[in-house]
Ligand binder design. Sequence first.
Ligand SMILES: Cc1cc2nc3c(=O)[nH]c(=O)nc-3n(C[C@H](O)[C@H](O)[C@H](O)COP(=O)(O)OP(=O)(O)OC[C@H]3O[C@@H](n4cnc5c(N)ncnc54)[C@H](O)[C@@H]3O)c2cc1C
Length: 349
Amino acid sequence: MKDIGIIGGGPAGVIAGSYLVKAGFKVTIYEKNERVISTPCGEGISHTAILKLRHDTGFDSAPYFSSSIDGLKNIFPGNYYTFTYEYGYVLEREKWIDGIRRHFEKNGGQVIFNSEIKDVSKLNESVIIGADGPISKVRQKIGGKVDMCTAMQYKMKLDWENHDLLEFYWDLDISDLYGWNFPKKDYFNVGVIGNLKKLDNFCKKYKISGEILKKEGYTIPFNGSKIHEDKYFLVGDSAGMANAFSKGGLAAIVYASDILTYCLKNGFSSSYEQKIRSHPAFSKSYSLAMKTILSLNQKELEIIGKLTHDKDLLNLPTTTKLKALKYPSLLPNLLKIIRAFKGGMKYAW
Ligand SMILES: Cc1cc2nc3c(=O)[nH]c(=O)nc-3n(C[C@H](O)[C@H](O)[C@H](O)COP(=O)(O)OP(=O)(O)OC[C@H]3O[C@@H](n4cnc5c(N)ncnc54)[C@H](O)[C@@H]3O)c2cc1C
C-alpha cells in the first residue's frame, strides 16, 4: 500500500485520513497548529452526511452534537417564510474534528502538529493530499483556481427562544447571498455571506441582539477548477469544493474523501477529478441556483416568499403551483431554486 501525506488537520484532513487508514493506507497528517483548531463555521451538517461518515469510517459523531435540527426555515423579504425538512445537527465542531483525529490515530494514522509545510515538493510520501484550506499551498503547486466569498459570523447569546430549524435569510439588504441563524445548546451562530457591515445590518433589520461572545470571519472557496495532478490531490476548501449554493463544505468533504479513497485503492487515481465532477454532490445545478438567486431583485425574492409562504418548499400544494403560473418570468427561477434545495438537502450541508 502507498504511503500518503496529508497537509492540514482540519475537517478535510482528518476525514480523508480516516477513510484512507480504514482502506489500509499508511497516512501522516501534517498540521501547522499545535493542536486541532476549528476555522469559523456555522457548524451545520445533515444527518445524511453524519450517517455516511459513520457507515464508511466507523466514527460516531453523536457525542459532538450541540443541537438537533428538523430542517430549514427560509425567510424572505416581507417576513414571508417557507420550510424544507431534513434532519441535521449543529456541531461542537472543534471537539468533533479532534474526535475524528483521535479515531484516525486509533486506526493507525499519525498526526504531526507544529509542522507547517512551506514547500510541498519536499514531502517524501508517494501521494500528497492538499487539505490545507482556502489558501492552499498544494493548489498553488498544481495551478487550480477557485471563486471566493467572504463570510462573517457572531457567536451570540440571544434572548430568543431556541428553535430546532436552521434559519436562512434570503434578503439583499443584509447579504451578498443569505444570512443565517443556527441554534446551538448555549448560544447561536449568526452570520452572513458578506462583510461585517452586512452582518450588523442583518442583526439590526431582524432584531437579533444579545451578548456577542465571538466575532469571526473567513473566506469560502467554491467552483474549484482543478483538483488533481500527478501525485497531488485536493480535498475540501483547498479544492474549492464547498457547495456553490449553500456554501456548506462539510458534506462535500465526506463524499470527496470516499471517492478519493476508492480511486487510490483501486488504481483509478487519474479518474478522481472526473468522478468528483460527475457525482451529484458536486452538480453544476448549485452554481446555477446561486446565479439565479443573485439575479433576482428584492421584489422578486419577496414574491417567491409570498407565493410559498408557510409551505414545504419541496412539496408545494397544487394551489401554490397554480398561483405561481401568474408569474411566468419568475417561474423558471423558482424551479431552479427548488431543484437546488432538493439536491441540497442531501448533499449541501
Ligand atoms: C463563516 C463560515 C460558516 C460556515 N458554515 C458552514 C456550515 O454551517 N456547514 C458546512 O458544511 N460548511 C460551512 N462552512 C464551510 C466549512 O467551514 C469549510 O468548507 C470547511 O471548514 C473546510 O475544511 P478544510 O479542512 O478543507 O479547511 P480548513 O477548515 O481551513 O482546515 C485547513 C487546515 O489546514 C491547516 N493548514 C493550512 N495550511 C497548512 C500548511 N501549509 N501546513 C500544515 N497545515 C496547514 C490549517 O491550520 C487547518 O487546520 C462555513 C464557512 C465559513 C467561513
